[in-house]
Design a binder for this molecule. Structure first.
Ligand SMILES: [Zn+2]
Ligand SMILES: [Zn+2]
Length: 532
C-alpha cells in the first residue's frame, strides 16, 4: 500500500493521509490549513488525489484542522462516506457549518476589498449550506468495534482522550497474504484531564503516525495550572477589568467551566459573572450533555450527584449577537470565554478590540497558538495589533497557561509510544512545527530506539509490514535552504535506520552479504566526502 502525507506534515494543521491499497483508496482526516495567509492559501490547492476515487474518510475528531476540508472534498467529487465516532458526528454537525459560515464571511470581506481595486470577487472555500449537505454522508461507529472497511481493510476507533469523541484509528491492511497494521494517533490528550478519559494505549503496530504538537514541551502539572488560573482570576478581579479567555469552542471551554465551577464551589474565587460567548461553544456544551459514553468516572460521579460542571448560578450562555455586543460595551469584572481559540475569527475579536487597550483588562491563553495567528502575536508580546482595520495598542496583561492544553506533552507522547509492547517498524512524526520536530525526533530515537521519519507535504511511502520506502516526494521548492536541511535530516534518519538494521542482522549475515554491504557503504562514503 502507499501512504501519502497531504497535510500536517512539517506543520500543525491540515491533517490528511491518503492511503491507497491494492483494492481501495481512503483518507484519514481531511483537515483545513489554519494560521498565516500562506497556510490558508493551501486550502485552495488541488488535492493530491482524485476525490472521486476515495471511498471513505476516517475522521479522528471534529476539530477543523482535521475535518475542515471535508465539504470541499464533496464539492470536488467525493461520493463516499465519512466514518467517525458518535460524538464526533454530532460535533461536526455544528463545527462544519460554522466553518462554512466563517469561509463565507471571509470571502465577502476579501471580495469587498478586491472590488475597490477593480478585481473579481473571491469565492468561499465552501458555504455553510454546502457544509450542511455533506453531513448527510457521515456515519458513526462506537469505540472499540472492529469493522471491515472494504476488501482486506479492517478498522477500529479507540479513545484518544483529546476532545469529546476523539479517536486513535487502527487500520489493518491485508495485501498478498500479509497484514500491515497502521496506527494513527489523531490528536492525543493528556492523561487525567477533566471530563474525558485518558488516551488508550495500543499494543502493537507495524507503522505509527503520531501527532507532535507539544513534542518539545512539558506542561506544568494539574495543581499548578488550576492554581495559576485562580491567581489570574483574582488578579483580574482586583484590577476591575475583564478576563478574556480565547478558547476552542470544543474541549477547552468545557474544561475551563469544570475548573471554574470547582473553584467557585470551594470558595477560592468570588462569584463573578462568567459568559460563554460563542454560539458554537453553547451548542458543543449541549452535545457534551448528550454523550455520557465519553465521560470519565469523576464526571459521571459529579453528574450523578446532580452537579453539572456546565451549569452554575453566575454562568451565562450568550447566543444572540445583540447580547454579545452589550457585553462588549458593558461588561466589567467578568470572565468572557469566546472563540476562536487562536483569535483568527469569531466574537473573540470584538472582545479583544474592546479590552486590549485597557490596562485593567487581562487576556488568558489556554490553548495552542499556531504560528502566524493573532493569538501567537499577542503571546509573543506584540505592542500594537490590527483589528477590523484599526490599530489597537495592547495594554492589557497577557497570560498563558499551557497546562490546559488538550494535547499530550512530550512525556505524554513518549508514554503513549512506550505503550507498544513490541517496537513498531516505523514511526512518522506529524502534526508539529518544524522547530518542534528538530528537538522531538532525536528524543523519540533515544527513548524508543528507532529513528522516526519527519515526512514533508506530498511525500509518499510504500509500506509493507515493517518495511517502508519513500517512493515520491514533492518537497516544496519555495524555501530551498529549508528543503536542503530537511533532506540532510532524512539522509541522517535513513543512515540511523540502516545502522539499527545492521546491528540487529549482522549475526545472521554471511561473509558475502557483509562484504557487499561494506562495499556499498564505502562508495557512499566517498560520494558524501566529495560533496563536502
Ligand atoms: Zn484536535
Ligand atoms: Zn489537530
Amino acid at each position: 500500500m502507499q501512504v501519502t502525507f497531504c497535510g500536517a506534515a512539517g506543520s500543525v494543521t491540515g491533517s490528511c493521509f491518503w492511503i491507497k491499497t491494492e483494492n481501495m483508496e481512503f483518507l484519514v482526516d481531511c483537515g483545513m490549513f489554519q494560521g498565516s495567509k500562506e497556510e490558508r492559501e493551501k486550502n485552495r490547492r488541488e488535492f493530491l488525489f482524485n476525490p472521486g476515487n476515495i471511498r471513505y474518510v476516517l475522521l479522528t475528531h471534529a476539530h477543523i484542522d482535521h475535518s475542515g476540508l471535508i465539504p470541499r472534498l464533496y464539492l470536488q467529487g467525493f461520493k463516499g462516506e465519512v466514518l467517525c465516532t458518535h460524538a464526533t458526528k454530532d460535533l461536526a454537525g455544528v463545527m462544519l457549518p460554522d466553518s462554512g459560515h466563517i469561509q463565507e464571511m471571509e470571502a465577502e470581506w476579501r471580495s469587498r476589498k478586491k472590488a475597490r481595486l477593480g478585481e473579481p470577487p473571491v469565492e468561499p472555500l465552501y458555504t455553510a449550506a454546502e457544509a450542511v449537505q455533506c453531513l448527510q454522508h457521515f456515519a458513526s461507529v462506537g469505540y472499540g468495534e472492529i469493522f471491515e472497511l472494504g476488501p482486506g481493510v479492517r478498522v477500529r476507533f479507540s479513545d484518544a482522550g483529546h476532545i469529546f469523541g476523539s479517536a486513535i484509528i487502527e487500520v489493518w491492511v491485508e495485501e498478498k497474504g500479509e497484514t500491515t497494521k497502521l496506527v494513527f494517533s489523531g490528536d492525543l490528550g493528556q492523561a487525567n484531564q477533566p471530563i474525558i478519559r485518558n488516551p488508550q494505549l495500543i499494543e502493537n503496530a507495524d507503522v505509527v503516525f503520531i501527532e507532535s504538537t507539544y513534542g518539545a514541551r512539558k506542561h506544568e502539572n494539574k495543581e499548578d495550572r488550576v492554581e495559576r488560573l485562580r491567581e489570574i482570576i483574582i488578579e483580574s478581579v482586583a484590577s476591575g477589568g475583564n478576563l478574556i479567555i480565547p478558547s476552542f469552542a470544543v474541549g477547552r471551554t468545557q474544561d475551563l467551566l469544570y475548573h471554574i465551577n470547582l473553584l467557585l464551589k470551594e470558595g477560592k474565587i468570588p462569584a463573578l459573572p462568567v459568559y460563554i460567548d460563542s454560539p458554537m461553544a453553547v451548542s458543543a456544551t449541549e452535545i457534551f450533555r448528550n454523550h455520557n459514553e465519553c465521560f470519565d468516572w469523576e464526571t459521571v460521579q459529579l453528574l450523578r450527584a446532580g452537579d453539572s460542571p456546565f451549569e452554575f448560578p453566575t454562568l451565562h450562555y450568550v447566543r444572540q449577537v445583540e447580547e454579545s455586543r452589550a457585553l462588549n460595551e458593558n461588561a466589567r469584572g467578568s470572565i468572557i470565554i469566546s472563540a476562536s481559540g487562536m483569535c483568527e475569527a469569531g466574537r473573540i475579536l470584538h472582545h479583544l478590540k474592546h479590552n486590549l487597550w485597557r490596562p485593567e483588562s487581562h487576556v488568558l491563553f489556554v490553548g495552542y497558538q499556531a504560528a502566524g495567528t493573532l493569538g501567537r502575536r499577542l503571546l509573543e508580546g506584540a505592542k500594537v495589533v490590527k483589528l477590523f482595520g484599526e490599530e489597537i495598542r495592547v495594554q492589557a496583561k497577557i497570560h498563558n497557561i499551557d497546562g490546559f492544553s488538550a494535547h499530550a506533552d512530550q512525556d505524554g507522547l513518549l508514554q503513549w509510544l512506550k505503550g507498544f509492547t513490541k517496537r513498531p517498524g516505523q514511526i512518522y512524526l506529524v502534526h508539529g512545527e518544524e522547530e518542534t520536530m528538530e528537538e522531538w525526533a532525536p528524543i523519540v530515537q533515544r527513548e524508543i530506539g528507532i529513528a522516526p521519519v519527519v515526512p514533508a507535504w506530498g511525500d509518499s511511502y510504500e509500506l509493507r509490514g515493517y518495511h517502508a520506502t519513500l517512493v515520491q516526494t514533492m518537497q516544496e521548492t519555495t524555501d530551498q535552504k529549508r528543503a536542503l536541511l530537511r533532506m540532510l535530516k532524512n539522509v541522517e534518519f535513513d543512515y540511523l535506520n540502516l545502522k539499527n538494521y545492521v546491528h540487529q542482522q549482522i549475526d545472521q549475515m554471511d561473509d558475502a552479504a557483509i562484504e557487499k554491504l561494506a562495499k556499498q557503504l564505502r562508495d557512499l562514503q566517498a560520494k558524501i566526502r566529495k560533496v563536502g
